[in-house]
Design a protein around this ligand. Structure first.
Ligand code: FES
Length: 244
């Protein structure tokens, strides 16, 4: 007789083996509940690092679904498989030598113009990024828009894993963001000033001193450090951005 799962539990299949786990768990926690240890494919556990891309299917569905294991909650009958990291080929370049143009991106990622507009990339993205839209922006040479639309990318690679035209969307977007930051955006004056201060040794004395402190004194200084007030703190003041 098939055993029924208890209330508030679901039956899932991890690499083909059946487990009954609490229905509130993410895929990542369900693996651990079942006794697996995450040594690879796990980083931040908060949907930021993109390390935990996972594939799964629902019962009676032919579709392969994708998601971040640390963000996707298990559901009854889910078939889950961890797959090895699938890094897409990444172009090697020296950013100083790359012009901020579509032609330069195309030279490094010739598949760019193979986009068929199927939108599978957007549907695969766990961050709900409009991937196909940023690829369109890259094709028409709008690198700023490519950078803006892809800003929340966590580099999990699921868009590329699902793309029938074999574009490397997340690498293309990363290049567009780098080019935008390095060559299209105006220089940040406060950043240049701070960099000059660091290069001039402003923090060297403090770092040298910290190296000579014992653990207790380091902990005391950490606890007593200056913490910037948050917006709900009565001491909070809007930042002076007049220097920007
Ligand atoms: S572990 Fe970092 S996104 Fe899932």
């Amino acid at each position: 007789m098939v055993q029924q799962p208890l209330p508030e539990t679901v039956r899932i299949y991890l690499m083909g083996k059946e487990y009954v786990v609490p229905d509130s768990l993410t895929i990542q926690k369900a693996f651990e509940f079942a006794g697996y240890q995450w040594l690879r494919g796990c980083g931040c556990r908060g949907g930021i690092c993109g390390a935990c891309a996972t594939v799964f299917r629902y019962p009676n569905s032919y579709r392969i679904e994708v998601g971040l294991a640390c963000q996707t909650v298990v559901q009854e009958g889910m078939y889950i498989a961890q797959i090895p990291l699938f890094p897409a080929p990444k172009a090697t370049y020296n950013l100083d030598d790359v012009a901020a143009t579509t032609q330069a991106i195309h030279a490094l990622y010739p598949d760019l113009y193979k986009c068929m507009g199927c939108n599978t990339c957007t549907k695969s993205c766990p961050m709900e990024i409009k991937v196909m839209e940023y690829i369109s922006a890259a094709i028409r040479g709008d690198l700023r828009e490519t950078a803006r639309l892809s800003f929340d990318c966590v580099m999990c690679g699921l868009c590329t894993a699902r793309c029938p035209a074999e574009l490397k969307q997340y690498h293309i977007a990363e290049l567009a963001r780098r080019l935008t930051g390095a060559k299209l955006q105006p220089r940040a004056k406060h950043l240049a000033a701070q960099t000059a201060r660091i290069r001039g040794g402003y923090f060297t004395r403090m770092l040298d001193e910290a190296e000579g402190l014992d653990e207790a004194e380091l902990k005391r200084r950490y606890v007593d450090r200056e913490v910037q007030p948050q917006e709900d703190d009565p001491k909070w003041l809007p930042k002076d951005r007049s220097h920007l």
